[in-house]
Write a protein that binds this ligand. Structure first.
Ligand code: C2E
Ligand code: SIN
Ligand code: SIN
Ligand code: FE
Ligand code: FE
Length: 411
């Protein structure tokens, strides 16, 4: 439990800290972790507004988490509810008012909302006290709803949320809303850049890049835990990886539609041109010096390298595309990177990208069934792909499938 003094300190720090996560998913995790710590809640969720609906977007639950094997996480999906007075979250989004409910099992008959039991039923959880606040910016935009569930005292005994925590959580919601709005803008800007630049193929929309980025994060999380990477460091890296992975193919902006949209197989010359998308993409970030620019270059340059050295573009200068000193083969081509010469983010995105490309339809191919795609990944272990990361990919498969449901292709 935090003391009042600690809460005050934490609140001051929070605005600054939340400003540092640029990615939406990672920001939501940060917000909910902090909100729950503030009010000592066992569980919580975040709903984000999408026009006239709320999307259940993120959840944490300590009790359910403890029932899972180490490193597994809650396998929930993103459902949608209308913004109206029939549900607790809907009511809060609709009215902009906070609700502090001592026990959802004993709602008075006079209230318009009822409690949706589907989450409890599905996971075998018992929701009692629920404090729900709007995520509302200074200009009154409702970005979403923040819900903390099952307050506990110092001894872990269930209590109701004390009224003096209402204001602090409302304030928390305002701070979080500003950060969320900015993260949504950033993500939308990346998505717009991509749809303008690369995905001139209407079949390949933002869903592909969102999926590839989410798979990549999933894999990085496991990898970093396995390696014992410090949690703060890992959170920063995930933030970078998510955005960089979304931009992995942004260099396709420089590839003509004749090649990019060719319905059939590319000939050798066309494919050689296509390979330039790696270097072209990296160049977009070459004048930037932020960690983000470096991550975007790393992913763009390395997502088509192969562990056996047969990938592309190989050891080349990002500015010129020419082989780096000492890396020219006899035929004048650059030597491919191999093994650990390929940076981690590149090795991760390589697997995420190929898997998603295989199970998706492209202008040049039908979608493959899951088993056939998985066979390619499995057979590629130690050749096309990093063997350890292939293992990590397979152990993440359940979450990979949840991500697919979350980011469906537009029909
Ligand atoms: P992409 O469509 O995003 O595909 C990414 C990667 O997924 C490919 O990288 C490849 O490693 C893998 N992949 C996709 N389809 C298949 C497949 O049928 N079998 C196997 N084993 N792997 C597959 P790659 O080959 O370096 O291609 C890079 C990009 O070049 C592709 O991105 C796509 O935009 C374009 N491309 C590749 N081949 C063709 C083609 O035959 N026709 C057209 N129009 N574009 C192609
Ligand atoms: C990179 O950061 O991957 C570009 C430098 C190189 O190709 O070795
Ligand atoms: C490349 O293939 O690396 C890009 C070609 C160029 O130098 O513009
Ligand atoms: Fe690519
Ligand atoms: Fe791709």
């Amino acid at each position: 439990m935090l003391t009042e003094r600690e809460k005050l300190d934490a609140m001051v720090r929070l605005g600054i800290e939340l400003g540092q996560s640029k990615d939406l998913d990672i920001l939501m995790e940060h917000i909910l972790t902090e909100a729950r710590r503030f009010v000592n809640a066992d569980a919580g969720s975040i709903y984000l507004r999408d026009h006239e609906t709320l999307v259940f977007s993120y959840a944490q639950n300590d009790t359910l988490q403890q029932r899972l094997p180490p490193y597994e996480k809650l396998a929930y999906t993103n459902f949608t509810i209308p913004i109206d007075e029939n549900s607790i979250a809907g009511f809060v989004a609709k009215t902009g008012r906070m609700l502090n409910i001592p026990d959802v099992a004993e709602l008075p008959a006079t209230v318009p909302y009822s409690f949706n039991r589907s989450f409890d039923e599905r996971f075998g959880y018992a929701t009692r006290s629920v404090l729900t606040v709007p995520l509302c910016t200074a200009d009154e935009d409702i970005v979403g709803v923040l819900q903390v569930i099952n307050a506990q005292n110092e001894n872990g005994k269930m209590i109701t949320f004390p009224p003096d925590e209402e204001r602090i959580l409302m304030h928390f919601g305002n701070t979080a809303a500003v950060a969320l709005e900015r993260a949504q803008l950033t993500r939308n800007m990346i998505l717009r850049t991509i749809s303008m630049a690369e995905m001139r193929d209407p079949k390949e929309t933002g869903s592909h890049v969102n999926r590839v980025a989410s798979y990549a994060i999933e894999m990085y999380e496991r990898w970093s835990r396995k390696r014992g990477v410090d949690a703060k460091e890992a959170a920063g890296q995930r933030d970078l990886l998510r955005m960089a992975a979304m931009l992995h193919d942004v260099g396709k902006v420089a590839i003509s539609d004749v090649i990019l949209k060719k319905p059939g197989k590319l000939n050798e010359e066309e494919f050689d041109t296509m390979k330039h998308h790696t270097v072209f993409g990296a160049r977009l970030f070459i004048d930037g010096h932020s960690d983000f620019d470096r991550a975007a270059i790393e992913v763009s340059m390395n997502h088509h390298e192969r562990c056996d050295g047969k990938g592309y573009p190989g050891h080349v200068d990002v500015r010129t595309g020419l082989p780096l000193m000492g890396h020219t083969l006899q035929d004048g081509r650059p030597r491919g990177k191999s093994g650990d010469e390929i940076p981690l983010f590149g090795r991760i995105v390589a697997i995420a990208d190929v898997y998603d490309a295989l199970v998706s339809a492209r202008v040049y191919k039908e979608s493959w069934d899951e088993a056939r795609a998985l066979a390619v990944i499995e057979e590629g272990a130690g050749k096309q792909f990093d063997g350890e990361l292939v293992e990590i990919f397979f152990s993440s498969l359940k979450y990979i499938h949840l991500i697919q449901q979350r980011y469906l292709d537009k029909p």
